[in-house]
Write a protein that binds this ligand. Structure first.
Ligand code: PLP
Length: 460
């Protein structure tokens, strides 16, 4: 194809400019002194080309599970173009047409929720949610219900408040001191739970959250924030009975349930939102990545009427939500999001995620017959993980170096997969798969075929 690479006059100059001046996310830069940084140039569907013309299958939707509708969507580009030419931006007390229209469309997918607050990133959306919780505490509970509970191994973003709610040690190391009022609760990974696993584990894992609540004092806690499926922490799908009990505990102690759908939202798990797999009713939902599939920056903090109504008191000068996100006023975000949602609907991508998820999981499970190091495969929809272990008996994690070598081998084959974050020593051993929701069986066969070869070469 006529790639942008072919139209780029001097790839070497681009690589050198990048090497000299770009500080890349989440990576060690020393290797770039001898190895060229990889510059991605063009994409179509779930294929991407780098500046040297190499084609890849992208099994991680832009590296961090974002491009749900795949690359090269002209109609999103056109919608963004039309809207920014008409009115690129307006922020503050007034609204915009795409802002109003997308909010209405989004709410249709989220029964029980009614209000959408716009910002630009997942971290920001979560911070907004917690500012709401804090303000509700100040206004309605004499400032007592201000604590925010978060879970071990969950990740909610990169700002200092988000890291204060960060359950992944290696993301947090050296960035403290952190904000007060954030309290960690235990996780629910049955595979690593040892004797604690088995029948009733889901309820027991939820009860462990209640133990923390009772220890801290229920009247000191404003919200519990959880990922529906823990993403970067290792694709952890909570066991049966977990969510029902979590909801019950929140209601019993008058604690708002905040679900972080930054990754799982917009079809990733085979339903519009991850929480909808479990029949629960959250009070606050945050989302970002798949909202506009990376075609524009947009995130949303979505609340119930009950939450919103608590900010409506015009007798109190400080009673309204005194928050702004300047670029939450860009029309590019909701314009792209509207078109993104229309594509998901028209092409049945939520349904495709629901259908292809079990196919991908089945193919990954077949690897267990050939590779003793594949300990467990888990996930929902097109969001799957394969936990690599040194021993299936003890579930001892495969050393990180080998896990990274598997990822690197796949990359050399032109297949980009991920691995769980370095959350805790020993917990960075899950291969991650989150291809665009347009993925077909053929695409998934190619992805798993590459992993098969890599495991054979790296682990033996
Ligand atoms: N929440 C979850 C579950 C995430 O995985 C991430 C990022 O990966 C965030 C929040 C933060 O989003 P952002 O990087 O857009 O700030």
């Amino acid at each position: 194809m006529d790639t942008l690479y072919e139209r780029t006059n001097d790839p070497r100059a681009v690589i050198e400019a990048d090497r000299a001046h770009v500080w890349h996310h989440l990576t060690q830069h020393k290797p770039f002194e001898t190895v060229d940084p990889r510059i991605m140039v063009e994409g179509k569907g779930l294929r991407v080309w780098d500046i040297k013309g190499k084609e890849h299958i992208d099994a991680v939707s832009g590296g961090v599970w974002t491009v749900n509708v795949g690359y090269g969507r002209e109609r999103i580009a056109n919608a963004v173009r039309d809207n920014i030419l008409k009115l690129c931006f307006w922020a503050g007390a007034q609204g915009t047409i795409p802002g109003a229209q997308f909010a209405e469309r989004l709410i249709e997918k989220m029964p029980g929720l009614t209000r959408v607050y716009y910002s630009n990133s997942g971290s920001e959306a979560n911070e907004k949610a917690w500012k709401m919780v804090r303000q509700i505490s100040a206004k309605h509970h004499g400032g007592r219900k201000s604590k925010i509970l978060y879970r071990d191994r969950d990740y909610h973003g990169t700002t200092l408040a988000c890291l204060s709610a960060g359950g992944q040690q290696e993301r947090n190391a050296m960035y403290g001191p952190f904000a007060p009022g954030f309290v960690q609760v235990p996780h629910c990974l049955e595979y690593q739970a040892g004797d604690q696993g088995g029948e009733g584990y889901g309820e027991r894992a939820a009860n462990a959250i209640e133990e923390v609540i009772l220890r801290e004092g229920p009247d000191t806690i404003g919200c519990l924030c959880l990922e529906p499926i823990t993403a970067g922490g290792g694709i952890i799908v909570p066991p049966k009975g977990y969510w029902e009990r979590v909801q019950e505990i929140c209601r019993k102690h008058d604690i708002l349930l905040h679900i972080d759908e930054v990754v799982c939202g917009l079809g990733r798990t085979g339903t519009w939102f991850g929480y909808q797999q479990y029949g629960i009713q959250p009070d606050i939902v945050t989302m970002a990545k798949g909202v506009a599939s990376g075609y524009a920056a947009i995130s949303c903090t979505v609340t119930t009427d009950r939450v919103f109504e608590m900010f409506k008191d015009d007798t109190d000068r400080l009673g309204y939500f005194r928050d702004i996100s300047t670029f939450g006023g860009c029309t590019a975000g909701p314009a792209a999001a509207m078109e993104n949602m229309a594509i998901i609907e028209e092409e049945g991508l939520v349904e495709n995620s629901a259908a292809m998820g079990p196919y991908l999981q089945g193919k990954l499970r077949e690897l267990m017959d050939r590779h003793a190091c594949v300990g467990e495969v888990r996930g929902l929809g097109l969001f799957q993980g394969a936990e690599l272990v040194s021993s299936r008996d003890t579930h001892e994690p495969l050393p990180e170096k080998q896990v990274q070598a598997v990822v690197a081998d796949c990359l050399a084959q032109g297949v980009i997969i991920g691995a769980s974050n370095r959350s805790m020593p020993g917990y960075n051993n899950t291969l991650l798969f989150a291809p665009s929701l347009v993925a077909t069986k053929d695409d998934l066969d190619q992805i798993v075929g590459a992993v098969d070869g890599a495991l054979g070469r790296v682990v033996g």
